[in-house]
Design a binder for this molecule. Structure first.
Ligand code: ACM
Ligand code: ZN
Length: 569
């Protein structure tokens, strides 16, 4: 039937039957090729490219596929393990609020049809947070040893979903096109945290929850909540009501730089009730984030001492600070009732925060008052302490003993190394990397947050006159991206004590949440990749390309992110 495609005269010239059959074969091949090409042009051809996968942080292993999974209201969630209902609910909430889709949950694996399967693996994972995500046009399989891994797989899946309305077909309800991939992912560092100073400026619990959402999006697992400082005490403590009645208020706030010496004359206040704290802790836990509360001592305690001046060296009176910088009023280390006060505060704090660590501050404690305080000097004599640094070490060790007896650990800024580190304390290295390296050499756990590049209150552009006021220092996006938290000079054993890294958002010059977003985004995204993705999978220009695509998500969330990267090649 296909011979008419051949020139007729070929056979008319009386060639042998052998030639005739060769011609037949060639002809059939031609037709088959034609048929295949018509078929290929009819079936939908996926346009997946690496830019279809704007994942941040980028996964450890990913195999891109050209195929697409079309999620519709008919797609089923297959769940054998009820302990995953929380994580599955998170996915369903996302689908509901973004695409108006709610997926039914079934415990039976269908023979055919379209499904997302959630499963715990029994094999030993690379880390407690590892996950696998296998996708093809009919199924998505999410497996992990732990619920945290499952949650991270969901966060990855969400980043693959379209953010633009034009990508969501509205034929029979929504159809969400998800590019397929085979992902095997695991973090490089086990501690990945972001900090927020809610003392210098107060952020509502709704804003704190938004911040936690951003952390979850980038697979951070610790939220460091800076709750007390000279300028405001922000956590309700039942036993000491004046901490919030007096300590959460300041009569006014500095405007601009200290040297201008201008004040706004407006009372500033705000604190979190116990219920607010429980709500935030629970909200974070559902996103596999531990909240690390920070209660500052022995320095940065003016707000507490304005409420309870009897725990200072001089007896006060004091006022909650209205400007920034290091203050001389600190807790008296010679007075036993000071320790009782702090212990009672910490008891209530430990009841609210289920995590293993309590941050006790320990930074920037001037020793002026201790030097002239009779009780502090007596304590030094009685405890045979050689100088005020050892008195600070005595202070922290005494608090550590109390905290450890209640099954928790302390973590403090690197000044707690001075005068001798408390036996079980973990260290946050902020004044460079040396403190972290010293602590790791002493086999103490360390979280790295050196001002350069981990303080996101610093400028992110050199054109300072075009930027909103910030604390001096320049931490551009690329220096955050290329940060390696493991200091040089550690041996293999010592390097294991570097748990990870943290980005800090101090808020002296950040009066509202919109500016928190501006200062932290997208540096938070860059840090997430620096500490999640292995070095050989990281590439700054590739990150920028993904970030430009990811910006659609930031736009959709109405995040006030800094846009300097948009002008970069
Ligand atoms: C700090 O920045 N004072 C820890
Ligand atoms: Zn004293």
């Amino acid at each position: 039937m296909l011979l008419h495609l051949l020139p007729n005269n070929l056979f008319d010239r009386g060639k042998t039957s052998f030639i005739r059959s060769i011609c037949k074969l060639v002809c059939m091949q031609k037709v088959a090729l034609l048929f295949i090409s018509v078929f290929i042009s009819i079936i939908p051809y996926s346009q997946n490219t690496p830019s279809t996968f704007p994942l941040i942080p980028f996964p450890k292993e990913i195999k891109f596929s050209k195929e697409t999974f079309s999620l519709t209201a008919k797609t089923k969630i297959i769940l054998f393990d009820t302990s995953l209902r929380q994580e599955v609910g998170f996915l369903n909430n996302h689908l509901k609020s973004n695409y108006n889709i709610q997926l039914a949950i079934s415990t039976v694996l269908p023979k055919s049809g379209h499904f997302i399967l959630f499963k715990h693996t029994t094999s030993k994972p690379e880390s407690e947070e590892s996950y696998n995500l296998k996708m093809n046009p009919t199924s998505i399989q999410i497996t992990a040893a732990n619920n945290t891994g499952i949650f991270y797989a969901i966060e990855t899946l969400i980043q693959l979903m379209p953010t633009e309305k034009k990508d969501i077909k509205k034929t029979f309800g929504s159809e969400v096109q998800i590019p397929c991939a085979d992902i095997s992912d695991s973090p490089q560092y086990q501690w990945r945290s972001m900090h927020l100073d809610c003392s210098r400026h107060f952020f509502s619990k709704e804003e704190v929850k938004k911040y936690i959402d951003y952390l979850a999006m980038y697979k951070f697992n610790v939220f460091h909540w800076h709750l007390t400082d000279d300028q405001g005490w922000r956590i309700e403590i039942k036993k000491y009501p004046l901490l919030t009645a007096i300590g959460s208020k300041r009569k006014e706030t500095l405007i601009g730089r200290p040297k201008e010496n201008k004040y706004d004359g407006i009372t500033y206040n705000g604190f979190y009730t116990k219920n607010d704290i429980k709500e935030v802790v629970d909200y974070a836990a559902k996103r596999h984030i531990t909240v690390l509360p920070e209660i500052e001592m022995p320095g940065h305690s003016t707000a507490a001492l304005s409420a309870y001046p009897q725990y200072s060296c001089t007896g006060g009176p004091f006022e909650t600070a209205t400007n920034w910088g290091i203050k001389k009023e600190v807790y008296c280390a010679g007075n036993d009732s000071t320790f009782l006060f702090i212990q009672n505060v910490l008891t209530e704090v430990m009841d609210l925060f289920p995590g293993k660590y309590i941050h006790i501050g320990g930074d920037e404690c001037p020793k002026d008052r201790w030097k002239t305080c009779r009780k502090c000097q007596q304590r030094m004599l009685a405890e045979k302490l050689a100088g005020e640094n050892e008195l600070q070490s005595y202070f922290i060790k005494r608090i550590e003993k109390f905290v450890n007896a209640r099954g928790k650990q302390i973590i403090g800024w690197d000044e707690i190394l001075e005068g001798g580190l408390a036996p079980n304390a973990a260290v946050m290295s902020w004044r460079g990397t040396e403190g972290g390296a010293t602590a790791a050499k002493q086999h103490h756990y360390v979280v790295m947050t050196p001002g350069k590049p981990c303080y996101f209150d610093h400028y992110q552009s050199k054109e300072i006159d075009k930027e909103p006021i910030a604390i001096g220092g320049y931490n551009p996006l690329d220096s955050v991206y290329t940060y390696n938290p493991s200091p040089k000079g550690l041996n293999e054993e010592e390097a294991k004590f570097i748990l990870g890294a943290q980005g800090c958002v101090w808020t002296e010059y950040i009066p509202d949440f919109s500016k928190v977003e501006y200062m932290s985004m997208p540096r938070m995204a860059a840090l997430s990749e620096a500490i999640w993705t292995p070095a050989d999978k990281r590439n700054y220009s590739d990150f920028i390309n993904r970030l430009k695509l990811h910006a659609k998500t930031l736009d959709k969330l109405n995040i006030n992110y800094a846009r300097h990267f948009l002008n970069r090649e």
